[in-house]
Design a protein around this ligand. Structure first.
Ligand SMILES: *[C@@H]1O[C@H](CO)[C@@H](O)[C@H](O)[C@H]1NC(C)=O
Ligand SMILES: *[C@@H]1O[C@H](CO)[C@@H](O)[C@H](O)[C@H]1NC(C)=O
Ligand SMILES: *[C@@H]1O[C@H](CO)[C@@H](O)[C@H](O)[C@H]1NC(C)=O
Ligand SMILES: *[C@@H]1O[C@H](CO)[C@@H](O)[C@H](O)[C@H]1NC(C)=O
Ligand SMILES: *[C@@H]1O[C@H](CO)[C@@H](O)[C@H](O)[C@H]1NC(C)=O
Ligand SMILES: *[C@@H]1O[C@H](CO)[C@@H](O)[C@H](O)[C@H]1NC(C)=O
Ligand SMILES: *[C@@H]1O[C@H](CO)[C@@H](O)[C@H](O)[C@H]1NC(C)=O
Ligand SMILES: *[C@@H]1O[C@H](CO)[C@@H](O)[C@H](O)[C@H]1NC(C)=O
Ligand SMILES: *[C@@H]1O[C@H](CO)[C@@H](O)[C@H](O)[C@H]1NC(C)=O
Ligand SMILES: *[C@@H]1O[C@H](CO)[C@@H](O)[C@H](O)[C@H]1NC(C)=O
Ligand SMILES: *[C@@H]1O[C@H](CO)[C@@H](O)[C@H](O)[C@H]1NC(C)=O
Ligand SMILES: *[C@@H]1O[C@H](CO)[C@@H](O)[C@H](O)[C@H]1NC(C)=O
Length: 805
């Protein structure tokens, strides 16, 4: 009896602590029994602090956000404001303002990176564990895999699932609302260690990934756009996403150059055409609520202190609604590593805020090697910067306005009713797990399949031999980086075992090879594009000894030079599986045994290793650099002999053939009043330039479109999904232009033996625009080409463009 009573009392206490009626701050996990509120403006919470909420206008939900934010900031002392400039804010108890931790990550599922997202731990359970304990979350395939699907619906669905799990964690006091994902830097060089985190090498594809993932993370149904005449800074958000790392960041640690000291020398054309493009799309089309600036310098100036990159471009030109955050410790890096202008901590802090930085990510909860706590730079030096007259307090007010407006939109102050019931039951749901499996399958790319070796008929084969270092790849390999503990985790071996037995004398061998995060990861670029030497030797040995050709499955983020396997008749099939996440073993096995017909296409060029010796990673140019003999980069500027598998390469268990019902078309663009013709560089062989070589798309209405249908014929006996990728090629006589560029893509399912029409409508300015030498985006006159191609089929038609001046 007594023990029953005791238990009841505990239950009563536990429920008390888990309600809002308490005095602690939000998400304060330093308390013995952390308190959970889902909103700041809770009258009982204020009462617990000895405050009367009605006296705080910032909690008056009937007022516009702008007024509420102004009220809040107006009440804060300068010290309190400075305390809000780091990612782990101080809050201000006297104002009812709790601590907020900004830093959460969700690259391809909730991640434990950063101080905010806290999974319960089986070893040392938190006091608030028990029934509400959350140990795991859905780990989707890494972004490079998802990119290979070229399926925008998938990208958005992943964002939606992740944000649901995020909001559930927030409700339980185990997570935040602001997520510093996605990573949308273009993979300029195949050695980059973070290729796995990104959607690949094409700026347009990367941009579309960003837009879809961000919309999945942020959009609340019915609030995808701001109503006419409305204020976009009040559009409510499910969670806040962040496009990073801006700008020209794609080198981590190569030959003694690190991202902390690298000065990316970038010309303006490459900025517009490649490095900024995905960010522009993310802000303009995704309406993202945050952008993160990077560690590196761009043409001498640290990215986080460049007013032109931040205020002028992101806010001014693109119209960001949200806040700009620094990569973690990027402000410290200005002083300590770039030793930029000899600036002190206070000077770097002032420069960053004046350039448009709103928040400093630091690593304030960590200690340095001497055991002293690290401090966010802005919170450490902010007061000195103000006191020494290097920074106006109103500059800090601007930063806080951007921060708190974002939090208002997230319902941090008032809650968002439709998400308040999300909880543990919404994490690791069957729906999310099957999306993870479906996504992982969609991202697998079939690179070789001699004599239709794949798919294996499980019944006929009966048993297989599995070999290689990744047969039992641990979750650290399968999940890649920026993850939490997965809900479910299936190794390649476990996946295969569901279909067949293992037997040592089986005639069929599947080799699971590749690389891992020891070789490619944040902070670590690759030395070469090869497999570890002994692995290559082992694969060749296993293939030679096998009675039948073997199947090679590669796990990696970046491309691997598997030249040794391409034409080796004993290696019958090659699959690239990226780092496919928690469901990866099932996804790979479903492809091998034909439960899923692979449709992925490479989102980046797989180069032969020789390529990397032709140019240093530090050369930022996309186009060939004649004076140094450097070749061009990515499929847009390189089509030389060192390509093993090109961008967009990918086979299927069927053949998809294209037909196009047009022989070509012509468009005449009216040059809007005051518009002028722009010059273009022509190839030396061109004797005379046209009267009007090109027009600047800025200032044009640009409403003209070209519509066409691609009929996709499935010339086989299996249905399958196929991404149709549309390229355009500029007129042949234009010098220095991309060889071709992606302008549209759509993934479609085509049943066996059927034909599906895919319709495209291209905006003429966007699809045929190129960036000329002086960095204008122009439409060239002359004959451009629309090109749709895959391994088996290629169709194209000319588009003659002229201008009526
Ligand atoms: C809180 O303040 C409001 C307005 O000043 C007042 O009407 C109300 O009585 C106060 N409530 C308490 C509990 O003091
Ligand atoms: C890096 O710097 C060290 C010390 O200066 C030098 O010994 C080494 O050769 C350099 N490594 C590369 C790859 O340049
Ligand atoms: C950055 O500077 C700090 C302080 O001088 C130093 O300890 C650290 O090693 C530097 N980091 C890099 C990557 O150079
Ligand atoms: C950092 O050092 C302080 C003492 O200065 C100690 O209390 C704290 O636990 C340390 N934190 C970590 C994460 O090691
Ligand atoms: C789920 O998380 C727990 C606690 O971190 C961990 O022990 C377990 O291995 C995770 N589950 C899987 C399938 O990885
Ligand atoms: C392997 O191939 C040999 C020769 O064709 C055949 O006799 C044997 O039955 C096969 N083994 C299996 C397990 O299929
Ligand atoms: C290759 O060598 C490394 C280091 O000696 C070893 O750990 C690994 O198991 C070897 N791999 C293969 C496939 O033999
Ligand atoms: C494999 O054969 C194809 C077709 O003959 C050839 O183009 C390619 O260069 C060969 N690959 C290697 C790595 O030699
Ligand atoms: C598909 O497009 C072709 C022209 O490309 C047209 O002849 C055909 O009727 C279309 N089929 C369907 C089902 O719309
Ligand atoms: C395309 O050109 C061919 C050959 O001139 C002609 O037979 C065909 O009808 C044309 N098709 C269309 C859609 O214009
Ligand atoms: C594309 O096909 C659809 C029917 O599938 C048709 O309505 C449309 O007119 C076609 N467009 C063009 C440009 O042929
Ligand atoms: C795209 O992804 C979604 C979500 O996973 C899926 O339902 C759809 O079938 C995919 N589209 C194609 C053509 O495979």
């Amino acid at each position: 009896m007594a023990s029953h009573l005791h238990l009841l009392l505990l239950v009563a206490l536990a429920s008390l602590f888990s309600t809002a009626a308490s005095t602690r701050t939000l998400l304060d996990d330093t308390a013995t029994a952390p308190q959970v509120y889902t909103k700041v403006c809770d009258a009982a919470r204020f009462a617990g602090l000895g405050l009367n909420m009605t006296e705080f206008r910032y909690c008056d939900a009937s007022l516009p956000y702008a007024d509420r934010v102004r009220d809040l900031i107006g009440r804060m002392t300068v010290e309190e404001k400075v305390g809000a400039l780091g990612d782990w804010t101080d809050g201000a108890a006297r104002l009812g303002l709790p601590v907020y931790k900004w830093w959460s990550e969700a690259l391809h599922g909730l991640s434990t990176t950063g101080p905010t997202t806290k999974f319960d731990n089986l070893q040392t359970p938190h006091l608030h564990s028990g029934a509400a304990a959350v140990y795991n979350a859905t780990v989707f395939a890494n972004v490079i895999n998802s990119a290979a699907s070229f399926n925008e619906t998938l990208w958005k669905s992943i964002g939606q699932a992740v944000s649901t799990e995020a909001r559930a964690m927030y409700n339980m006091g185990k997570g935040g609302l602001t997520y510093w994902s996605p990573n949308i830097n273009v993979v300029r060089d195949p050695r980059w260690g973070r290729a796995l985190e990104t959607p690949g090498e094409d700026p347009f594809v990367v941009g579309r990934y960003a837009v879809n993932f961000v919309r999945g993370m942020q959009d609340i149904p019915g609030h995808e756009t701001t109503p006419a005449g409305g204020d976009p800074n009040t559009r409510p958000l499910k969670t806040s996403a962040c496009c990073k790392h801006y700008a020209a960041y794609d080198l981590d640690d190569w030959h003694n150059h690190t991202r902390f000291d690298f000065d990316a020398r970038v010309d303006e054309r490459d900025m517009v055409e490649t490095f900024q493009r995905p960010f522009e799309m993310c802000v303009r089309d995704g309406d993202v609520s945050s952008v993160m600036c990077s560690y590196n310098r761009v043409n001498g100036i640290p990215a986080c202190a460049d007013a032109r990159l931040l205020s002028q471009t992101i806010r001014g030109d693109w119209g960001l609604h949200g806040y700009i955050v620094s990569d973690c410790d990027a402000v410290r890096v200005m002083t300590d590593n770039h030793t930029w202008l000899g600036y002190t901590g206070a000077e770097s802090s002032a420069a960053a805020i004046k350039a448009g930085l709103d928040l400093d990510c630091g690593e304030s909860w960590k200690n340095d090697t001497d055991g002293h706590p690290l401090m966010d730079f802005l919170t450490t030096y902010g007061m000195e910067a103000v006191n020494k007259g290097k920074l106006r307090e109103s500059d800090i007010d601007n930063a806080l306005t951007n921060q708190y407006t974002t939090l208002m939109r997230l319902g941090y102050f008032d809650d968002i009713a439709q998400y308040s019931s999300l909880g543990k039951k919404d994490i690791c749901t069957d729906e999310h797990k099957s999306l993870a499996l479906d996504g992982a399958r969609q991202g697998i790319v079939l690179l070789k399949n001699d004599d239709n070796l794949l798919p294996l008929d499980a019944k006929k084969v009966g048993a297989v031999n599995v070999r290689g270092p990744h047969v039992q790849a641990p979750d650290k390999v399968m999940d890649g980086d920026y993850t939490g503990p997965p809900c479910r985790y299936v190794t390649p071996r476990q996946g295969v075992r569901k279909h067949v037995r293992f037997s040592r004398h089986a005639n069929t061998t599947i080799y699971f090879g590749g690389i891992n995060l020891n070789i490619e990861r944040e902070g670590n670029d690759r030395e070469d594009l090869l497999l570890p030497k002994n692995q290559t030797a082992e694969i060749i040995r296993v293939a030679r000894a096998s009675p039948n050709p073997i199947i090679l499955v590669i796990l990696s983020g970046g491309g691997i030079d598997v030249s040794f396997a391409q034409n080796n008749s004993k290696i019958g099939a090659i699959l690239w599986a990226g780092y496919p996440g928690g469901e990866g073993g099932n996804a790979i096995a479903d492809v091998i045994f034909g439960k899923h017909n692979p449709g992925g296409r490479l989102p980046l060029t797989w180069f032969k290793n020789k390529y990397i010796y032709q140019l240093p990673m530090t050369s930022m140019e996309l186009r060939p650099v004649a004076k140094h003999g450097y070749p061009g980069r990515t499929y847009k500027f390189y089509d030389g002999p060192e390509v093993l598998y090109p961008f967009g390469y990918g086979l299927s268990y069927t053949k998809f053939l294209y037909e196009m019902g047009t022989n070509g078309t012509a468009v005449t663009l009216p040059v809007a009043g005051g518009g002028h013709c722009k010059q273009l560089s022509y190839k030396p062989s061109v004797s005379s330039a046209p009267a009007c070589p090109a027009i600047n798309v800025n200032g044009q209405a640009c409403t003209e479109t070209i519509g066409f249908n691609v009929s996709v014929v499935n010339d086989g006996d299996r249905g399958g999904s196929h991404p149709v990728i549309v390229f355009t090629k500029p007129p042949a006589e234009v010098d220095d232009a991309p060889i071709k560029q992606v302008v549209a893509f759509k993934s479609v399912f085509v049943p066996a033996g059927s034909t599906v029409n895919v319709s495209f409508e291209l905006n003429v300015c966007k699809a045929f625009g190129i960036v000329e030498k002086t960095a204008y985006t122009v439409v060239p006159s002359g004959v451009s080409t629309v090109l749709v191609e895959n391994v088996h089929s290629s169709v194209s038609f000319p588009v003659k463009i002229s201008f009526s001046v």
